[in-house]
Design a protein around this ligand. Structure first.
Ligand SMILES: Nc1ncnc2c1ncn2[C@@H]1O[C@H](COP(=O)(O)OP(=O)(O)OP(=O)(O)O)[C@@H](O)[C@H]1O
Ligand SMILES: [Mg+2]
Length: 284
């Protein structure tokens, strides 16, 4: 079993950059590219917005802008899901046309991805929001230049990570390697999402259980493609994404949320701390 280090003591629950504001941030990382980071980030943003908070999405590095489009599709989806009108340069400081690895896209365009610039943009977003949901690019060790990778962005922003696990063959290895990388770099794994991508993975439940045992906690949400063809997220536990410590949702409360099928995002305060449950059938 991989024993993940306990979260670093951070009484205020905020990253260093946001320490002077009340804004809270979360970094949505994935086991790979195309595993559902944008879906999950958008679901979180909708939940936060529905709770009346000022929520903004950030994609520090985006590689791939479709022909005829002004912005990267993820950046546009995050903007639609949030409710803060922030400058594009802050929501997406580094954008490249080619859908290739960010460090290669940057090199090809003569640019250099600077974590300092990303940190300043994040700070500005924090100044005008209650919550910033930051989506990574690729997996956690995706390079951003010849030396640094996505976790250097996470370290600069000093954010906890929500890991989106794309439930498909190979995901156990990818998820555990990602968790080890976070641990090695002293980044807090705040929680994980089991995203059941189509086509449905055989023995998905058993795989989720295997990860629960090895990561040390159940997923904060799972998408149920067997129940909702659009891949909606059903809450299986109260997420503690913007809190300093996880709380578990009582089974009866959980069931109550589950049965309100008209609820697309559930968010509230539990024990005086903000909590979010994903409950979205939208595709960001
Ligand atoms: N639970 C799901 N059910 C059905 N489709 C899904 C689900 N999760 C993700 N998808 C689809 O899979 C594709 C990849 O999802 P998404 O764009 O969220 O991944 P990503 O990790 O953000 O990718 P990238 O690395 O490009 O940012 C999208 O077409 C999305 O609609
Ligand atoms: Mg994405």
């Amino acid at each position: 079993m991989i024993t993940l280090a306990p979260p670093a003591a951070r009484p205020d629950g905020y990253g260093a950059i946001a320490a002077t504001t009340h804004c809270r941030g979360l970094f949505v990382a994935g086991t790979d590219t195309g595993v559902g980071k944008t879906r999950v980030a958008c679901a979180l943003l909708r939940a936060l917005s529905a709770a009346g908070l000022r929520a903004v999405g950030m994609k520090p590095v985006a590689a791939g802008i479709a022909t005829g489009m002004a912005v990267n599709a993820d950046v546009a989806a995050l903007a639609r899901a949030g409710n803060v009108d922030a400058p594009l340069a802050d929501r997406n400081p580094f954008a490249f046309d080619a859908a290739v690895a960010p460090h290669l896209a940057a090199a090809a365009s003569g640019a250099r991805i600077g974590v300092g610039e990303i940190g300043r943009a994040y700070g500005r977003l924090c100044a005008g929001a209650d919550a910033v949901v930051v989506e990574g690019a690729g997996g956690v060790l995706c390079p951003i230049d010849e030396r640094q990778d996505m976790l250097d962005v996470v370290k600069t922003l000093d954010l906890p990570v929500l890991l989106v696990v794309g439930m498909r063959l190979g995901c156990l290895n990818h998820a555990l390697l990602s968790a080890m990388a976070l641990q090695a770099r002293a980044v807090e794994l705040r929680g994980w999402v089991a995203n059941c991508l189509p086509p449905a993975m055989p023995l998905a439940d058993a795989n989720i259980l295997a990860l629960t045992g090895r990561l040390g906690s159940p997923p904060i949400a799972t998408s149920m493609i067997t129940l909702t063809s659009s891949g909606g997220f059903l809450p299986i536990a109260m997420a503690s994404m913007f809190m300093t410590a996880p709380v578990s949702l009582r089974a009866d409360k959980h069931a109550a949320v589950r049965h309100q099928s008209n609820i697309r995002a559930f968010a509230g305060y539990a024990s005086g701390q903000f909590a979010v449950a994903l409950f979205s059938s939208d595709n960001g």
